[in-house]
Write a protein that binds this ligand. Sequence first.
Ligand code: TPP
Ligand code: MG
Length: 364
Amino acid sequence: MTPATTKTTKNDRRSDDLSNETLIGWLRDMQLIREFESRTMQAYQQAKIGGFCHIYSGQEACAVGTINSVEKSDPVVTAYRDHGHALARGMSAEACMAEMFGKITGCAKGKGGSMHMFDRPNNLYGGHGIVGAQTPLGAGLAFGARYEWEVLGTGTKKVCLCYLGDGAIDQGAFHEALNLAALYSLPVIYIIENNGYSMGTAIHRHTANADNLIARGKSYGIESIEIDGFDVRNVYDAFKPLADDCRDMQRPGFVDLKTYRYQGHSMSDPQKYRTKDEVADWKSRDPIASLLHHLMNERECISEDAWSTMEDEIKTVVREAVEAAEAAPIPDVDTELASDVYALPMDNLSPSEDYKHGLKNPLM
Ligand SMILES: Cc1ncc(C[n+]2csc(CCOP(=O)(O)OP(=O)(O)O)c2C)c(N)n1
Ligand SMILES: [Mg+2]
């Protein structure tokens, strides 16, 4: 496909122009993610959640600021640190928590777990555990969206948000995806949630020219910008015009979104690679606290009491999500275990006794 050349709309709203209700909604979304992650850690420590589990606390402004810059119909795909994106996209805390508990009421019927949050009605296409695996998928989702709009004439102009960590930017698949995105002028924005670490390895130790990540996007001719991802209003102000342009022009974008994670890489990380002072330094400009400060003291649209009520309401939502997840049944082994797992189920996939007990791989 050749690049689209006509601009259809131009929307240059900035966060200052948005209503108090909208910004209070962002505050609620970010606090929901923070509270959800606190209870997730608790449930994990109580062995109610198994497998790998990566906490999003600290990065809330990234998902909330970018997802609120696009339409619900725009596809979103991300890596395994995905609870925040799922909640910001509109997945219920109940479906998200149940997924981690491995219960049938989870968004992927309990078969995906923490790293595989899927929500087709909300156009969230995962949750992917292989580092960088989602980046060609982002190009594919954008190709599909543009094909529907331009060739089939069945859809509207869309832009795909494809998130990845700073640890994924050296993967070959990512560079192949960037090349195709630029070559075919695909409407996908690659958003590097640059929290400075790939597991325990600081970015300067794993990536060349780490202070200039946008050089990588630019080298493919893709518009590339750096954004401070610790302030949700700033994320929106910088990201919204890019997202609008990528949609209008049906072309790709690249963002180095600078952020920080408060917790370890996963639940089993002793965090010996960083100091407590470093963590405290980032926490001193916490994204939730700074939005709250803006709403309380500059816009004067939320009181101490209203904030306290909001916190309590969110605690209740998340506590009820945990209770519901505990009470829900696990997927039925005979009818559910292999369903929705393979696109083309093979004849021998009906669960055998061995398979049920995890003794034998049915494909071997
Ligand atoms: C292809 C591949 N290699 C290695 C791993 C192991 N691994 C899991 S997470 C991770 C670090 C990724 O860091 P980053 O992309 O910065 O994401 P963050 O955890 O900071 O969100 C690695 C190396 C993997 N899952 N997939
Ligand atoms: Mg990282």
